[in-house]
Design a protein around this ligand. Sequence first.
Ligand code: GRF
Length: 188
Amino acid sequence: MLASGEGSNLQALLDTVHGREAEIVAVAGDRQGARALVRAREAGVAARAFPRDRYADRAARDAAMAAWVAERGAELVVLAGYMQILGPAFLDRFRERTINVHPSLLPAFPGLDAVGQALEHGVKVAGVTVHLVDDGVDTGPILRQAAVDVPDGADRDVLMGLLRPLEHRLLPEAVRDAARARATGSAV
Ligand code: GRF
């Protein structure tokens, strides 16, 4: 798993699928001291930061991170709050095996501040997407989506508060789907 922020999606996976349908074997991020890494260690999961300034360039960092994650035996990579672009040095190793959770109904509002973008646009329905990661920004095939009505006057905090539970439901569902697919030899 790659996570650099609060780690609430990591926590949702730890509380649901971990030790059951799937094992979280490692959590990597780009920020030393991120709450996500602390949560991982508290759950006995290997956690390591790969700060960009420790490597010659992004490709070197991505390659080191991919090698570390692969060495821990990861078969699926989950991105949740990993706010850096992942290049081919990482993705080539986990192609078709990397999923991301994004707080919008893709293809609407890809990239940074999806919730702000949606509010700015005045959407009446918002949502969450779990998708396969390809070389674009939030462009890969959609695996799961869920939607919620946007209350009148909602701000970022209100809308994010409505989207969080959707993320925490959809991501474990997608990981379960992937584990099942692997067991039966089909695609994610
Ligand atoms: C989530 O909103 C996710 O959709 C986005 O980054 C956030 C991560 O939150 N990609 P957390 O660190 O899992 O709490």
